[in-house]
Design a protein around this ligand. Structure first.
Ligand SMILES: NC(=O)c1ccc[n+]([C@@H]2O[C@H](COP(=O)([O-])OP(=O)(O)OC[C@H]3O[C@@H](n4cnc5c(N)ncnc54)[C@H](OP(=O)(O)O)[C@@H]3O)[C@@H](O)[C@H]2O)c1
Length: 253
């Protein structure tokens, strides 16, 4: 058993920046060919170049995951170009606003659900037949500590990420017989574009890190390595589980 991914074919969503990009590059470094999906074509070409420089094949799949049909088509053609699929990382997601539930607009709630939850249904449904082919598939759903407990002013995001944890467990049970493992990876506060607003002022940053026992931001690479583990044979008997990587945040009372 090892963290080696030689010969694996992976699709990583939200791979143009941040955590997804780090996962895509770490997978290539571990020996996988990687398809990268997101909206920004230039950034996708950039990460594809990095993957090719590591000696692996890269496939660029441009899609906005809010658009179900184009996303499904992009997933299908990326899998065809890769020649099959062994690992799917559902990472594209995020949150662009904070507001109490009482003031939440239904449109904002729905968009957050479509980005962080509905998109995963579309992508996963397209990928399942290919993942089942060799009876050795893996799905990694990137959730959030916001989905583990209350997330005041981010209830929309927390609810979507909590639902993703439930989806992970249901899907793990439904697909175990197909040889597919499904696990969730739960990052704490990671230094990416998504959390830039929390570094905008010293006060906001101090408030955020005061709840983190390790007293620092995590890096995208520190999420990528556990994502390699979950995709690899080192996690061969692990499915329906939640791997939290948060500097101790969720251990706090
Ligand atoms: N950073 C954290 O502290 C943290 C903590 C917990 C969980 N997470 C989760 O980790 C995942 C990655 O977050 P991150 O911090 O790496 O965020 P990020 O730096 O903002 O990157 C988000 C990625 O998702 C893609 N994306 C966003 N909207 C998309 C859309 N509509 N269609 C297709 N792709 C889309 C972006 O690419 P384009 O803009 O090119 O489309 C980008 O590649 C998210 O699911 C997030 O919720 C992050």
């Amino acid at each position: 058993m090892s963290f080696d991914l030689t010969g694996k074919r992976a699709l990583v969503t939200g791979a143009s920046r941040g955590i997804g990009r780090a996962v895509a590059v770490a997978y290539a470094r571990a020996g996988a060919d990687v398809a990268v999906l997101a909206r920004n074509a230039d950034l996708l070409e950039d990460v594809a170049g990095e993957i090719r420089a590591l000696g692996r094949r890269a496939v660029v799949a441009q899609a906005d995951v809010l658009e179900a049909e184009t996303t499904r088509a992009a997933v299908t053609s990326a899998i065809a170009e890769l020649g099959g699929l062994d690992v799917l990382v559902n990472n594209a997601g995020g949150n662009s606003f904070s507001i109490p539930v009482a003031q939440m607009r239904v449109s904002g709630w729905e968009k957050t659900m479509r980005l962080n939850l509905d998109s995963i249904l579309h992508i996963t449904q397209e990928a399942l037949p290919a993942l089942a082919e060799d009876k050795d598939g893996a799905i990694i759903n990137v959730s959030s500590v916001a989905g583990l407990r209350g997330a005041p002013t981010m209830a929309h995001y927390g609810a979507a990420k909590a639902a993703l944890l439930s989806l992970t467990q249901s899907l793990a049970i439904e697909t175990a017989w197909m040889g597919i493992r499904v696990n969730a990876l739960v990052p704490g506060w990671i230094d990416t574009d998504l959390t830039d607003f929390l570094r905008a002022s010293e006060e906001a940053e101090k408030g955020t890190l005061s709840r983190v026992p390790m007293q620092r931001w995590g890096t995208a690479e520190e999420i990528a390595e556990p994502a390699v583990f979950l995709a690899s044979s080192a996690a061969a008997f692990m499915t329906g589980q939640v791997l939290v990587v948060d500097g101790g945040l969720s251990a706090m009372p």
